[in-house]
Ligand binder design. Structure first.
Ligand code: ZN
Ligand code: ZN
Length: 362
């Protein structure tokens, strides 16, 4: 992908903050800024250094060849600098007489200290500079997310044909993961959550060997990944015939999901979108049981900006991709969450998730 516009936007921020150099170390930010596809993983083993004139990637020997190939035709210079990237970058900054450096505040304290001791000048922390650019997607990024969501929807359709009482949560999770990867997902966006019966009352349940029983709620939260970009969706089904209480909760969550989607528009605040869904659950007497934020941005990472929780002042801009995922969790009974992925457009949400939302009884 093209990184020039991203670098220009970052330089404008650097100028406003009066910082002549920025060291980007977060792996997803390095991927984003360089635009190098398929080179980096989650290992923080690189420095993407942006100055007013140059863009240099300091990396180690293991990544040097792939980085050099990816950098062809771009403005990035690749320097293999193993074992000490920090010293190499700081020596270059000294040569260019740069006396002020911003380092991403996601770097560890130990890393920050090592930069401070190697750099002859002032080191300041940069918070969210690249992350805020990533919050608004280019069309090529949206295309990848659309593709990832299509693989996710296909896996859901497939798994519905396999679920029955007697299977374990782990077996269902593997079936979802296998289907997504078999059809082109690069790994998965995150380990699938498959939570049955009382386990479904835990918003972030871990997959267990619990055997799924007849008449239970089954909550599945999962996502594929395509060329670095994530999808994220949740569906909750009943394995058997739904009880009145299960159906009541399901329909309330579904209405809250619709209200959340209805409140999306370019320029809305995260907390306003959250409030639209939350008020539906409060009116149904279930507000206390919705114990997390309504949604989050999705992109190179499954959780990124903007945030759409009850206290979020984040502006949800046109071009952001966010989730809308209300849930109700009743301890000992079970939980329902319905999560869709949407692109924020000026006048509303474009929903990417295609899976049905009518209550499914298997
Ligand atoms: Zn999810
Ligand atoms: Zn989510």
């Amino acid at each position: 992908m093209i990184s020039e516009a991203r670098v220009s936007a970052l330089r404008a921020r650097m100028a406003a903050e009066q910082v002549p150099a920025l060291a980007v170390t977060d792996p997803a930010n390095v991927t984003y800024l360089t635009g190098f596809d398929g080179v980096f993983d989650e290992e923080p083993a690189h420095i993407a250094l942006v100055t007013e004139r140059a863009t240099t990637l300091y990396t180690d020997n293991r990544y040097a060849e792939a980085s050099s190939a990816a950098s062809e035709g771009t403005g990035w210079e690749v320097r293999a600098a193993w074992p000490d990237l920090v010293s190499a970058a700081c020596a270059d900054l000294a040569r260019d007489c740069i006396g002020r450096l911003a380092l991403e505040d996601t770097a560890s304290r130990r890393y920050f200290d090592s930069v401070e001791s190697a750099f002859e000048g002032e080191v300041v922390a940069a918070r969210g500079w690249v992350e805020s650019l990533r919050a608004v997607k280019e069309s090529a990024e949206v295309e990848r997310i659309v593709h990832a969501q299509a693989l996710t929807d296909a896996a859901f359709e497939h798994v519905l044909g396999t679920i029955r009482p007697g299977l374990t949560e782990r077996e269902v999770a593997l079936e979802l993961e296998f289907h997504m990867r078999r059809h082109g997902s690069d790994g998965v966006a995150f380990p699938p959550i498959v939570a049955s019966g009382p386990n479904s009352a835990l918003p972030h349940a871990r997959v267990t060997d619990r055997v799924i029983g007849h008449g239970e709620l089954l909550k599945m939260d999962f996502g594929a990944r395509v060329e670095g970009y994530c999808a994220d969706m949740t569906r909750t089904v009943v394995v058997g015939k739904a009880s009145e209480r299960q159906r009541e909760i399901y329909e309330a969550v579904r209405s809250a999901n619709a209200a959340g989607i209805g409140a999306v528009r370019g320029g809305a605040k995260g907390r306003e979108i959250d409030a639209a869904a939350r008020s539906v659950l409060s009116d149904a007497g279930l507000g206390e049981l919705f114990t997390h934020g309504l949604g989050h941005g999705v992109g190179l990472q499954v959780h990124e900006l903007p945030n759409a929780g009850p206290r979020s002042e984040d502006v949800v801009s046109t071009g952001s991709v966010i989730t809308i995922e209300p849930g109700v969790y009743v301890a000992g009974f079970g939980g329902v969450r319905i999560e869709d992925l949407v692109v924020v457009e000026e006048a509303g949400a474009r929903v990417l998730t295609r899976s049905p939302k009518d209550l499914i009884e298997i």
